[in-house]
Design a protein. Structure first.
Length: 248
């Protein structure tokens, strides 16, 4: 699904990502782990070109999604971000109703008929395991929901434009344990239909829900393997030290 080849990323003179080559499989959960500042969120943001908005960013190398170079001159960023949705660390619903949050993306892409929007909203909320909780209050403000519900609403909003890939940047770190568990269960369920790439500081979370794990250190990929293999038999001593808590 995603092929990254010899990727270099600079913030001005700072070399943030160093010679990253990585394959990310389709319809699986891939987790990025590593200490703070190691480059995992920076790489995640290259996958939908969010780094474009940062002054002084320079990118070399290639990132392909289904064989298409997303940094090619003819790539339309709006089209890319329809294919690659993102859920952030803090729930960030728009100051609109629950319904309008989910319908926002489809409307932006030209869908206007109420019946069609109703179907998309219900389908997306069902996919995010939120429909039964909000079906009778769709006109209420999204800000009236709990933190965990708001995060699932943000997932529904991302799914409403029918992406191929869902990026999750520490999407449970601001949530309570019960809400975290719901998001983890939802992530596993969604991986049947979507390619999911997640950044997490929680190694237990990576071990629980990811199919593949990538360990980052100082802007480099140190090791990438099936999750069970990486956690039970890491090939690199630095990976082993990080997993065992001896890192640093």
């Amino acid at each position: 699904m995603i092929e990254i080849e010899r990727l270099q990323l600079y913030y001005g003179t700072f070399h943030a990502l160093k010679d990253i080559s990585l394959s990310i499989p389709e319809k699986r959960v891939t987790a990025f782990i590593g200490p703070s500042g190691c480059g995992k969120s920076t790489l995640l943001r290259t996958l939908n070109r969010m780094n474009d908005a940062i002054d002084g960013v320079r990118i070399e190398g290639k990132v392909e999604i289904q064989g298409q170079d997303i940094y090619a001159p003819d790539m339309e960023v709006e089209t890319l971000r329809k294919r690659v949705g993102m859920v952030f660390q803090q729930p960030n619903p728009f100051p609109k109703s629950i319904y309008d949050n989910v319908a926002y993306g489809p409307r932006l892409h030209g869908k206007r008929k109420k019946a069609e929007l109703d179907e998309i909203v219900e389908k997306s909320l069902r996919a995010a395991s939120l429909w039964e909780e909000v079906r009778d209050v769709l006109k209420k403000s999204a800000w009236s929901l709990s933190g965990g519900q708001q995060q699932r609403l943000c997932i529904a909003r991302a799914l409403a434009v029918e992406p191929d890939i869902l990026l999750m940047d520490e999407s449970t770190s601001a949530l309570d344990p019960i809400s975290t568990n719901k998001i983890e269960e939802l992530t596993r369920e969604l991986s049947r239909n979507y390619t999911i790439v997640m950044v997490t500081h929680n190694m237990h979370q990576a071990a629980r829900i990811s199919d593949r794990t990538v360990f980052f250190l100082n802007g480099q990929v140190i090791e990438a393997a099936d999750t069970e293999t990486l956690f039970s038999n890491p090939a690199d001593r630095r990976t082993e030290d990080y997993i065992s808590g001896r890192f640093g």
